[in-house]
Write a protein that binds this ligand. Sequence first.
Ligand SMILES: Cc1ncc(COP(=O)(O)O)c(C=O)c1O
Length: 380
Amino acid sequence: MNVPFLDLKAHHDPIKAEVMAAIEEVIDKNAFAGGPYVEKFESEFASYCQTEHCIGVGSGTDALWLALLALGIGPGDEVITVPVTFIATAEAISFTGAKPIFIDIEEQTYNMDPTKLESAITPRTKAIIPVHLFGQMANMDPILEIANKHEIPVIEDAAQAHGAEYNGKRAGSMGRLGCFSFYPGKNLGAFGEAGAVVTEDEELSKKIRTLRDHGQAKKYYHDVIGWNGRMDGIQAVILSIKLRRLEKATEARRRNATIYDHLLKIDSRIVTPHQGPNRRHVYHIYSILVSERDLTIEKMKEEGISCGIHYPLPLHKQKPYKQDEGSFPVSEKCSAKFLSLPMFPELSQSQIKSVAATLRNCLSEESAVNNTARQKELNL
Ligand SMILES: Cc1ncc(COP(=O)(O)O)c(C=O)c1O
């Protein structure tokens, strides 16, 4: 059976007529850059995230960069984050002139390891960016406790975690600022590029609003040097339509993950995702760990099943952020074994069964040896 990694057409077909009518409305009202549809979405998304303010911007990368700029971060500063993330997290830091400082991830959740945080703090540390990787929130309580003790603001990179929860609190609502991406493949995806920052802090929200619009609070009166980081009206109106269906889609992802778990946990060659206590994982990506990952992906492809790797190299092994091999052992170990299986709300039970059966057929017997050892390590 052919199974795509992502099926955006299946996701969009049921809302196509509604989307086309909404786009027509934006065209008729000339509300293209910013404007009433962006404001409407901002207010809806703020309330979805349990925050007071939401500022729509051009992308998730813009969201992170503008959040850092609003906190006054620049050359000479350090920002602590993880090497297992999409490169945008580090790029946003670098583009303020500050330096990303990496710390390792937890072996079970693949998120920032809070036990590594305090020793990485220096007098130059001006922010901490935990990334809610794959749709699961990082262990925010200990992270916030350390951050508060040192009076360092936390920016959540929630680009992959729309609607994820930690002790009932929504992604984006726990740090000083939360940053989201609405890249088309995300759990809440636009029909192009878009992003948002959410916050409880009115001062910061005003700063970001000004920065995203050329430093102007009033047209052509510029208070600071800003940028064009606005969300466009067409994306906003589409995001409003999709936001109304997000909870149902998230529950479908969670149901699909449970079926995968059930079919794969029994196989000692596979490590399935671990949902931490009191978390709501929203499974933007369903990533397992397997030995001989690249060979397995090739074999799956031959059987018609598309998989992904998020991400093949941790950032400290990428050219712009090169550090010594072995600097972050957990990140390196996991990155070598990550394999993302097809995951989207419309995935059918028979597709999931076919993916699971094909995967188990594609894995060699030898890979059992390595992974049994790992599962014991993880106490799974
Ligand atoms: C963890 C993370 N941070 C930031 C981004 C950047 O978002 P965008 O692609 O909308 O700029 C992404 C997007 O893939 C992401 O996954």
